[in-house]
Design a protein around this ligand. Structure first.
Ligand code: ADP
Ligand code: MG
Length: 589
């Protein structure tokens, strides 16, 4: 059975053809035009809010830029609407990048607030500029024509509107299933992990903000030339909120939720606008109240929206494996045997008054496995975070292959060849195991959003997925490729993280308690994997509580206690040390 991904677009084409040939009343043709026009904006919101987790109240303002630019330039400068479409997109892009660049680096509620302010200010600008006709707007906007052929306001316009909706939908489906798409899907819940995989999350946030704004801008252009006039009211903040409502109601995480949400909202608004004044006895926009109540109910009882219910019923055929014959990815040059790969010099981390890492020194040579052990709270994970740039050093320095990396952000450190796992597993629960692991190979691909939307990234994508599968098989997870990561047992999640870290083709691997939660056989398999990696020349820094495992695989061990280095030596020396027995083993047993 085929997936919605395959037949969804065809179903849409079939419905479109049916509407065009059947005697559908003009009223409904007009309605369907409006639904299509709004769907484009909401599609953008699905990407931005539903997938990316960034809330914008200001999408209507971007619709306004597209609409006003085209209306103004066609009426006052006599330009062709096809030219003004491009001008509108350019203007929208400039606004979105500036706004996004300023606000997206700030966390929390800054973006929603900023988009609210942006929506308001653009609304009042449109309403107060003489050139834009103040609140009366611009009248007498031309219709669209193609090679002298008028597109009118009926079925032909419908074809244009919905062709754009279809293209937008296909573009998003392709985008989300790509290297860039995986990065975008990690923004909502996995930014820190994504940065550790070398992903510049700010860039992708600005990227989806830009794409959503461009979708809105096209929608505004369609609106202006369909309506043949523009005024500020359809571009106000209340409409921006309505777009958000449509996205949430339809199913913010699903591409098909856009059309669903818009259609239901528009149809409901029509009915309510007739029904409510009759019930209440006076006229007014009472449907807004019903929408408000509905939004609360949706968020409470169906937070994934209406499409999620449909989606659950749809068949989910396993993903077609088409990457078996892809070329392997190139490897980075490995350090020479014996070369010092990592050198930590007097590294220190203070959290307020607490000294979590107290002037620690150690090094890892090429092809070595160094164990970092110590009781809970000794500062092992903090040391990892200092090396990988997740935390900044209070003092000291870290060099990797001769280069000081102390002040670099974690994605730059990943780029240089350090990969890690997290003590508290960090993965994207609603992505498959394979997709999660492919996130680790992000830096080994280069295809961007445009290539992905156009489907021009497939060859590279196959190479990335092949690598992801290879690393998963290597850690014994070959039979879980297409499972959702959130459904895995704890031990399997840890193996997923190791495979993901390996996908970056690192020269140094940092493993934070990889054996926690693993069963006996899985542990034995992990030991084999570590030995094999070592044989291939990989350097590994290993934090682990399972002493049996540590003693079997490490070349050297550094023991930490209360942030300080207690002792360093071979496994035999550490086992024989009374100090370690007292400090470390004493607290463990
Ligand atoms: P380990 O991994 O060896 O168990 P950690 O490195 O996680 O230890 O923690 C070392 C100490 O630093 C602990 O006392 C812990 O509570 C503290 N700590 C870790 N991270 C933070 C943080 N972000 N803010 C404040 N204190 C922290
Ligand atoms: Mg820890």
């Amino acid at each position: 059975m085929a997936s919605i991904r395959k037949w969804g677009p065809w179903a849409l084409v079939a419905a479109l053809v049916l509407v065009c040939v059947l005697p559908v009343p003009e009223f409904w043709i007009t309605q369907l035009n409006y639904i299509g026009i709004s769907s484009l904006t909401v599609l953008g919101l699905i990407l931005l809010t539903g997938v990316g987790g960034l809330t914008s109240f200001g999408q209507a303002a971007f619709v306004g830029i597209g609409a006003y630019t085209s209306a103004y330039l066609t009426v006052n400068a006599g330009l062709s609407p096809w030219v003004t479409l491009l001008v509108g997109l350019g203007l929208t892009a400039a606004c979105a990048v500036v706004l996004g660049w300023i606000t997206l680096r700030m966390s929390g509620h800054y973006l929603p607030l900023a988009t609210l302010a942006w929506g308001l200010s653009l609304y009042y600008t449109m309403g107060n500029l003489d050139a834009l006709g103040k609140y009366d707007g611009i009248l007498g906007v031309t219709g669209l024509s193609l090679f002298g052929w008028e597109l009118g306001q009926g079925r032909v316009y419908l074809l244009l509107t919905w062709s754009l909706v279809l293209l937008g939908t296909l573009a998003l489906i392709h985008l989300l299933d790509s290297r860039v798409g995986r990065a975008i899907r990690s923004l909502k819940t996995g930014s820190q992990m994504a940065e550790s995989m070398g992903i510049d999350t700010l860039r992708f946030k600005i990227g989806i903000f830009l794409i959503a704004a461009l979708f809105a801008s096209v929608s505004g252009w369609l609106y202006a030339h369909f309506q043949r006039s523009v005024n500020p009211s359809p571009f106000g903040v209340h409409v921006g909120i309505e777009y958000l409502f449509m996205a949430v109601l339809g199913g913010a995480g699903h591409v098909w939720g856009a059309i669903t949400g818009v259609a239901i909202t528009k149809l409901m608004a029509d009915q309510l606008q007739v029904l409510l004044p009759r019930l209440i006895g006076t006229s007014g926009s009472y449907e807004i109240i019903v929408f408000g109540v509905l939004l609360v109910l949706t968020l409470k009882y169906a937070p994934d929206g209406i499409w999620a219910f449909v989606d659950r019923k749809l068949p989910k055929p396993p993903r077609k494996v088409d990457w078996q014959d892809a070329d392997p990815l190139p490897h980075r040059a490995k350090p020479a045997t014996g070369e010092i790969v990592l050198q930590a010099t007097d590294i220190r981390k203070e959290f307020g008054g607490l000294v979590a890492v107290n002037d620690i020194n150690f090094s890892v040579a090429s092809g070595q496995i160094v164990g970092l052990i110590g009781p809970n709270g000794a500062g092992k994970s903090t040391t990892f975070n200092l090396i990988t740039g997740v935390l900044s050093l209070t003092r000291g320095s870290v060099t990797f292959r001769g280069e000081t990396i102390s002040s670099l952000p974690s994605r730059e450190i990943a780029k240089r060849g350090i990969s890690r796992t997290f003590q508290h597993v960090k993965m994207i629960a609603d992505m498959t195991v394979l997709e999660n692991v492919a996130l680790g190979a992000h830096l080994r691909g280069s295809k961007g959003a445009t290539a992905a939307m156009l489907g021009l990234d497939r060859a590279e994508e196959q190479r990335l997925l092949r690598e992801a599968e290879h690393q998963l098989r290597r850690v014994g997870m070959g039979s879980h490729l297409h499972e959702l990561a959130g459904n895995l047992a704890m031990g399997q999640q840890r193996l997923l993280e190791i495979a993901r870290a390996l996908c970056n083709d690192p020269a140094l691997l940092l493993l934070d308690e990889p054996a926690a939660g693993l069963r006996y056989l899985e542990k034995q398999a992990l030991i084999d994997v570590l030995r094999q990696l070592k044989a291939e020349g990989m350097s590994i820094l290993l934090v682990e509580h399972d002493m049996d495992l540590v003693m079997q695989v490490t070349d050297r061990i550094v023991v930490m206690e209360f942030g300080t280095r207690l002792i360093e030596g071979t496994p035999e020396e550490i086992q024989a040390s009374p100090a370690v027995r007292a400090a470390y083993l004493g607290t463990e047993h």
